[in-house]
Design a protein around this ligand. Structure first.
Ligand code: NAI
Ligand code: 15L
Length: 268
């Protein structure tokens, strides 16, 4: 099929930096966008998601968009509204107006963060589980998923919404042993999501093949994702540091972990 051109938004961020390294080997030519300049990438577009003209110019001629830009943790509603809700709308409008037919949307486990952590022996959480956001941040990911559905039903723009677990070079705590998406598996999953045919709007969980996994990866496998990594290699070290998961703690009773218990940022 040849190289495909993909706009990578949020290219300066943690996942964006990892994907800049990993995706070209999967056959993608990346166009980079972020609100902050990217070191060593003079061609990158420095633009805010609020700049509709810049977004139109950035998506023009792309085969697809990998939309990672946005606030990636809890914040005030007003900041989330601008960056994640309006920003994602602006990106979809740019794609519609420029005829870009595929978006991969970085959703999050926090869209369903109040879902109960599956007890031992229980099945993993299905990708069709209903929205239970744990924060304004998670709520913005619910909005993004619904926006994707609207743009598929009304405009025929396809999206894979990837509810990423925890995508970092290594899992950082015992919770992440269950949610970890290794960078290499992240690239495999984004590759599948950018390329699979006839996805309509698909919702998938983004995690590696973790021994302690809590997500049902069936919908991810259905678009061609074949994870290869397992966080178990990090289990001894993390459990020695932190102890085993303690199911009596509120932050271990729900998928969203500490996003459940962290002090919310309410306006005052
Ligand atoms: P990050 O915070 O490291 O990177 C986000 C990037 O978006 C930053 O470079 C930032 O400058 C840019 N950005 C923020 N607001 C912007 C705006 N208004 N206009 C243009 N650029 C803007 O986040 P990370 O970890 O790389 O995550 C990437 C995406 O994946 C985010 O959407 C996040 O919500 C999502 N995600 C990440 C997870 C993870 O484990 N890293 C887990 C679940 C979801
Ligand atoms: C997310 O959505 C965040 O962007 C990331 O920083 C992690 O906190 C991750 O979820 C997680 O739940 O571990």
């Amino acid at each position: 099929a040849g190289e495909r051109t993909v706009l990578l938004t949020g290219a300066a961020g943690g996942v964006g930096t990892l994907m800049r390294e990993l995706l070209p080997a999967h056959g993608y030519r990346l166009r980079l966008l972020d609100m902050v300049p990217i070191e060593g990438a003079p061609d990158a577009v420095t633009a805010d998601l609020g700049d509709r003209d810049a977004l139109r110019a950035a998506v023009r001629g792309c085969d697809a968009v990998l939309h990672l830009a946005g606030i990636s943790l809890e914040s005030t509603f007003d900041k989330i509204l601008r960056a994640n809700i309006e920003g994602t709308y602006n990106l979809y409008e740019a794609a519609r107006l420029e005829g870009v037919g595929r978006i991969v949307f970085a959703s999050s486990n926090h869209a369903v963060g109040y879902t109960a952590w599956p007890a031992a022996g229980e099945p993993p959480v299905p990708a069709g589980t209903r929205h239970r956001p744990d924060t304004f941040y998670g709520l913005s990911k619910c909005f993004g998923e619904d926006l994707a559905q609207l743009y598929w039903d009304k405009h025929g723009i396809e999206t894979v919404s990837v509810r990423i677990g925890s995508c970092f070079p290594e899992p950082r705590n015992v919770r992440m042993l269950s949610l970890w998406l290794s960078p290499a598996d992240g690239a495999r999953l984004f590759d599948a999501a950018l390329t699979a045919e006839n996805v309509g709007h698909a919702i998938v969980f983004g995690a590696s093949a973790n021994t302690r996994g809590v997500f049902d990866l069936a919908t991810a496998r259905a678009i061609g994702y074949a994870p290869r990594d397992d966080s178990e290699a990090f289990a001894d070290k993390l459990i020695a540091e932190e102890g085993e998961r303690d199911a009596s703690l509120p932050e271990h009773q729900h998928l969203g972990g500490a996003f459940i218990t962290d002090p919310p940022i309410w306006p005052h």
